[in-house]
Design a protein around this ligand. Structure first.
Ligand code: GDP
Ligand code: GDP
Length: 441
């Protein structure tokens, strides 16, 4: 089902960002930085009590410059209602209930979404009166807390996680390849879905019902089952969606997380924009198999070198995806659309690829002979043994005499060596360096 989404809403200055930072803070420090990706602190993945969830600070999402605050807060709440499994409404216990609080509470109540009410800025828990009046919002027990001082945030997290409902297993989709289509608004995701599902050899299963959750489209192609993730969501053109590109990132984040393979759709007429980088960054960060699909190829004036130039530009802008295949298509004319599925199969295979240990060690040994590890402090760096500990994504552990001597740049070299020898097209690779165990020679 993917990770639940939790959205923080509330009027300005009640402490949404402070709470957001408090809730994701601990995790943040261990997330690797990817060069070329703009860091954005509006949404993140965190966990509590063993449940991982995506958390969004809607306060950071600006819809329209110059818009009045009240409307802004309303739009943010709408977004939360649309997208979140659980909503945290933050109010300021020092100021008491304001008209804006009431308006937002009204919207949330009518939406029937699970809401947790956070009475922030409570630093003295003996003074219950401070937050009692918030019962009047009709959203249940207010949870007193101080985001700033980290007081009682555990209670809040307990309440949030309690509303998630049981972990549901994905039932009859175990053998289906889940494909997410992500990208900015208007790059042609919806058109691509239509043209994919319109392919002669693609068999779309009937999906009964039009419930909110029936958002995926299962189909079959050459005997293999697939699921296109969030097809309904992509097709639904809401007011909010048009209003902000940020929205597409949140949407994408949810889909990426559930996918086996991600199609990162780019618009040939616009090139690679910041927003594309951000979305692509999440795909890479979540270590998903992926393909870059450049759409609207029909609109490009071409000479013999056009594709090559595009390749170079894209590689330049999205350096961290140097391993991903680039495919030029037109959803409109259906040019090369069928190839999407073939390449998706291929990268999924690469993502699950396991390399024989003997062969792996031979390749790594040769590489370290050809380009020895730099030494340090009079010590010579050595890698004794390499093993692939998992697939999806392929993950390698190098046992070295001194892990400190295996620098980032050397790992990049080794990654290139692995890719040259074994391929791994379209899949990120993870590399871990460990201290040699005593019984290894
Ligand atoms: P947002 O606009 O809702 O995102 O609010 P911010 O997180 O930017 O916080 C607004 C102000 O309230 C800042 O000056 C914070 O330092 C302050 N603030 C946030 N949480 C607390 C809290 O728990 N206690 C106190 N005393 N101040 C807080
Ligand atoms: P989405 O917002 O990413 O789902 O994008 P849409 O599928 O709604 O497409 C946005 C606009 O681009 C629409 O006007 C489409 O008709 C147009 N479009 C999509 N794909 C192509 C294409 O391959 N070629 C051309 N010329 N136009 C396209």
């Amino acid at each position: 089902m993917g990770k639940p989404v939790v959205a923080i809403v509330g009027r300005p200055n009640v402490g949404k960002s402070t709470l957001f930072n408090r809730l994701v803070g601990a995790r943040k420090a261990i997330v690797e930085d990817i060069p070329g990706v703009t860091r954005d602190r509006l949404y993140d993945i965190t966990d509590w009590d063993g449940r991982e969830f995506i958390i969004i600070d809607t306060g950071g999402i600006r819809f329209d410059e110059g818009d009045i605050f009240a409307r802004e807060v309303k739009l943010q709440a709408e977004l939360a209602i649309d997208e979140a499994g659980v909503i945290i409404l933050v109010v300021d216990a020092r100021e008491g209930i304001t008209h804006e609080d009431e308006q937002v509470a009204d919207m949330l109540r009518k939406s029937n979404r699970p809401v947790v009410l956070a009475a922030n800025k409570v630093e003295n828990f003996n003074k219950q009166l401070e937050y009692y009046e918030f019962y009047n919002l009709g959203l249940g027990d207010p949870i007193p807390l101080s985001a700033m001082h980290g007081l009682n945030t555990n209670d809040l997290l307990d309440a949030v996680v309690n509303k998630f409902g049981p972990v549901r297993e994905e039932e009859d989709e175990i053998d289906a390849i889940k494909i997410a289509i992500v990208g900015r608004p208007n790059v042609g995701k919806s058109s691509m879905i239509n043209s994919l599902l319109g392919e002669d050899r693609v068999i779309v299963s009937d999906i009964p019902g039009t419930t909110r959750d029936a958002i995926d489209t299962p189909f079959e192609y050459q005997g293999q089952k697939y699921v296109l993730i969030d097809t309904a969501g992509i097709r639904r053109k809401s007011r909010i969606r048009e209003a902000t590109e940020r929205y597409s990132v949140i949407r994408s984040l949810k889909s990426i997380e559930r996918a086996d393979v991600v199609l990162i759709v780019l618009d040939a007429t616009e090139g690679v924009l910041e927003q594309d980088k951000r979305i692509a960054g999440y795909v890479h960060e979540q270590a998903k198999a992926n393909i870059m699909v450049v759409n609207k190829w029909d609109l490009v004036d071409k000479d013999g070198k056009t594709m090559h130039r595009f390749d170079q530009d894209i590689r330049d802008e999205l350096k961290f995806l140097s391993y991903s295949p680039i495919l030029y298509v037109s959803a409109l004319t259906r040019k090369r659309i069928y190839q999407i599925i073939d390449i998706a199969n291929f990268v999924v295979e690469q993502h699950h690829r396991r390399i024989n240990t003997a062969e792996l060690n031979q390749v790594v040994n040769e590489a370290t002979l050809l380009n020895p590890l730099p030494g340090g402090g009079g010590k010579k760096g050595r890698i004794y043994y390499t093993t692939q500990v998992r697939t999806a994504p392929p993950t390698f552990v190098y046992f070295a005499n001194d892990p400190e001597l295996v620098h980032f740049s050397y790992l990049r070299y080794l990654e290139n060596v692995l890719r040259q020898n074994f391929g791994f097209e379209g899949t990120p690779i993870r590399q871990i360096v460990r201290q040699k165990k005593r019984d290894m020679q």
